[in-house]
Design a protein around this ligand. Structure first.
Ligand SMILES: *Cc1c(COP(=O)(O)O)cnc(C)c1O
Length: 396
């Protein structure tokens, strides 16, 4: 049903209801940025016939526009999944999964090396919402079966943990979980959906912090939750609607703009990080390089079996003889590496962690420092690290 042309006399009305519409047939590669809160229906009947859950049509900006539906579809394809929901941050993706799949009285298992805000959220859910949250050794593998209870509903995994880098045996954890009807969620941010085919290995729900490699510009906060199973997707979609987790279309556009170079950037980060990590492994100041592609990293054999790449993020343990004051001096003395959270952008970053305060169990000795290797020349990064190691030794 088309509306009749209205009688317009005032300029205020004309400024809003201009008769001009752009001609059809504009072709270009970029996806248009469709901003909308209100989405228009041709008639009341059309409005009544549409469901916000059906992504073949539009109902309200909060549930998506052509711009966000395009990014959701592309992210699902990258991970070889079927459904995707965008959320305002990686942490919101973790929150969405927990609130969609857990209720009071349920139990959730979380790796001890998990992204720290995930741990904090779990503790908050257990203190205020009667969810039981238990933390397991990330290298537990098939033995996770012994921790599964009648009320266990969800097992979190992270491959690898993004500070201490243990690589978990995801297929073994998934097999044990599925034998008891428990769902497995994976924080797949480290491998950007490129180096670890998580659904093939049995994972039910993947989350990505698009803030990292997918954005690639250190300028966007966004997350995604990707699934294959329609029933799980529907539970996530209901929680997404109830929580009002909408995203801004300008930000969606920025991620879409950088997605074509995702694999190339990831591979460049990977090459440079391996070069810097191999150099660090030869240094007497460093006791252990925690890079999944190097043999000292716990779970290295699993990485070799299940992963096809590594990206730019890894950590090192300094030799025990160096104090925190000295390793802080090291980080402060770096010039190309900046000090800051997050990763996946063009710029190299470096951060020290007080890891024993983040973990239930942590045995290794020596101070942990994490590197995000950006897109600079690796030789320049190595020279920067070398001069900072020399500076470190000047500190008491
Ligand atoms: C950054 C990060 C997140 C959270 O992403 P934000 O967009 O910063 O909220 C979750 N998991 C991992 C492993 C991350 O590195």
């Amino acid at each position: 049903m088309t509306k009749k042309e209205a009688q317009i006399s005032g300029v205020a009305t004309r400024a809003i209801h201009s008769a001009y519409t752009a001609p059809d047939g504009f072709g270009a590669f970029p996806v248009a940025i469709h901003h909308a809160s209100t989405v228009l229906f041709d008639s009341v009947a059309a409005m009544r016939s549409r469901s916000w859950q059906d992504k073949s049509s539009y109902t309200y900006g909060l549930h998506g526009t052509p711009t966000s539906f395009t990014l959701e579809a592309r992210l699902a394809e990258i991970e070889q999944g079927d459904h995707c929901l965008l959320v305002p941050s990686g942490l919101a993706a973790i929150t969405l999964i927990n609130l969609a799949l857990l209720k009071s009285g349920d139990d959730v298992l979380i790796p001890d090396n998990v992204y720290n805000p995930n741990r904090d959220l779990a503790n908050w859910l257990s203190q205020n919402y009667a969810v039981s949250a238990r933390f397991y050794d990330p290298l537990i593998g098939a033995d996770i079966a012994g921790l599964i209870q009648e009320n266990t509903r969800l097992i979190w995994t992270e491959a690898p943990g993004s500070v201490s880098m243990e690589v978990p045996d995801i297929p073994a954890i998934c097999a044990a979980a599925h034998a008891r009807g428990v769902l497995v969620a994976l924080d797949n941010t480290w491998s950007a959906g490129i180096a670890f085919p998580a659904f093939e290995h049995g994972v039910d729900i993947i989350m990505q912090a698009l803030t990292k490699y997918q954005s690639g510009g250190s300028d966007v906060l966004m997350g995604a939750v990707i699934t294959k199973d329609k029933a799980i997707h529907t539970r996530l979609q209901l929680a997404h609607m109830r929580l009002g987790f909408g995203v801004g279309m300008d930000d969606v556009y920025l991620v879409l703009r950088n997605l074509p170079s995702l694999k190339l950037r990831f591979e460049a980060h990977d090459r440079s990080a391996r070069e810097v990590a191999a150099w660090l492994a030869q240094r007497p100041e460093i006791s252990t390089v925690l890079h999944p592609a190097l043999p000292d990293c716990p779970g290295h054999e699993i990485w070799k079996r299940d992963f096809s790449g590594a990206g730019g993020l890894f950590s090192v343990l300094f030799d025990e003889r160096y104090t925190e004051q000295q390793t802080d001096r090291f980080v402060d003395s770096l010039n190309l590496f900046k000090i800051g959270f997050s990763w996946g952008g063009a710029h190299s970053l470096c951060l020290p962690y007080r890891i024993e305060q983040m973990r239930d169990r942590w045995q290794a000795r020596g101070i942990l420092v994490r590197f995000n290797i950006g897109l600079e020349e690796p030789a320049d990064l190595i020279a920067d690290i070398e001069q900072a190691l020399a500076e470190m030794k000047k500190a008491a």
